[in-house]
Ligand binder design. Structure first.
Ligand code: SF4
Length: 375
């Protein structure tokens, strides 16, 4: 089974913390949609013997496309690849694009999952992050979406400078009150070359407080787990039956095709990534040349990736899989390196799988990098 990811590289305005690839020049939208269609046609041989089980529109802001443009892209997936019956088809959408009428119209398309970029229900947080929506749009669009969609996820950000733990608890509680089956939540990170980084350097915005982010992460985990959610990946919480199939397939190492500028693809052995520039992408596709670079993953790369993703999920890192797939050299190394984390109570070994404990979960990426095999 495989997935198709389509990157829609446009946003109405730039959020201050964002380092994803997007442009606010929406004038290129039509040319981009044509190029995305052409890229799929050029790459139609790339998923031989694989059926597509998920189609995911990410970005950027995919909801800036019209419903017709989205349907055109979905139909292009169907005409170029084998697709299972009832694939999961997710659209990332921002609240300011989700009027009642737009949600009703979207519910008539083949999209069956919405992932809404709420981030916070508080006006001051939304302003600080320069989100295009306001607090009432955040609430209204969820209320409307739940009338027509059953499979909805929202994104929330914690660790926002100035956001108290009480405000964070209110954000989490509001999300729970809507009865949603899935929530993705990320710590605000300060990326280089973002407006947020500059504001912090100039002292206009206070720096993020790692300790508070950690406290807010634990509030999140405790509250959602007490309400029937499974924290199946560090940043993802789902009710049983509602885990994101798209994201899960990345973590379980399945293959996927990434279409659009900056999109990554993985075929089991090679990773490739498209150019991160809309004009170069469109020009190259129009010339029928794929604008991508490829690397072949070594055994060590694959081991390191498995450790990194495994420790972030409830599926953990299987020692048996390490032995059969990578050999005793790697499992011996992992056993030796993980010892101190087991003693510190940050990792646990359960039924042959290394997992982060509650205490270690927030630190999973740092722990994983200490378990990496260095060639
Ligand atoms: S809407 Fe999303 S992709 Fe666009 S700037 Fe904001 S965070 Fe980045």
């Amino acid at each position: 089974m495989s997935g198709v990811y389509v990157h829609i590289p446009f946003c109405k305005q730039a959020c201050h913390y964002c380092d994803f690839h997007f442009s606010t020049q929406l004038g290129k939208k039509e040319a981009m949609v044509n190029a995305l269609i052409k890229e799929m046609e050029l790459r139609k041989e790339e998923l031989p013997n694989e059926l597509v089980e998920t189609i995911y529109f990410g970005g950027g802001t995919p909801s800036v496309l019209s419903n017709d443009e989205i349907e055109q892209l979905i139909q292009t997936v169907y005409s170029n690849y084998g697709v299972i019956d009832q694939p999961e088809i997710t659209l990332e959408a921002n609240p300011d694009d989700l009027s009642s009428n737009r949600i009703l119209q979207l519910s008539k398309t083949t999209i069956n999952r919405l992932s809404i970029g709420i981030q916070s229900f508080f006006e001051e947080d939304l302003k600080l992050m320069n989100r295009a929506h306001n607090a009432s749009e955040a609430e209204n669009c969820i209320r409307e979406a739940t009338k027509y969609f059953d499979n909805i996820s929202i994104d929330l950000i914690y660790g926002i400078p100035g956001m108290s733990n009480d405000c964070w608890k209110t954000n989490v509680q509001k999300a729970l009150d809507f009865g949603l089956p899935h929530i993705s939540s990320y710590a605000l990170t300060v990326e280089p070359r973002t407006a947020l980084k500059k504001f912090i350097e100039k002292g206009v915005v206070p720096d993020v407080d790692d300790e508070q982010a950690q406290e807010q992460f634990h509030i999140l985990v405790d509250t959602l787990e007490a309400n029937g959610f499974v924290n199946y990946e560090i940043s993802n919480f789902g009710k049983p039956g509602y885990f994101s199939k798209n994201n899960t397939s990345y973590w379980l190492g399945k293959t996927y095709l990434g279409i659009g500028p900056s999109a990554h693809s993985f075929d089991g052995q090679h990773r490739s990534w498209n150019v991160r520039n809309n004009v170069k992408y469109i020009k190259s596709i129009e010339a029928r040349e794929l604008p991508n670079e490829t690397e072949t993953l070594t055994q060590t790369d694959r081991y390191n990736e498995y450790v990194m993703t495994g420790l972030r999920t409830i599926w953990g890192v299987s020692l048996e899989r390490i032995t059969t797939e990578f050999g005793t050299k790697y499992v011996d190394y992992l056993n030796q390196q993980s010892q101190r984390f087991l003693e510190q109570g940050l990792l646990q070994l359960t039924e042959g799988k290394l997992l982060t404990t509650k205490k270690g979960k927030f630190l999973a990426d740092g722990i994983a990098s200490d378990l990496f095999f260095l060639q």
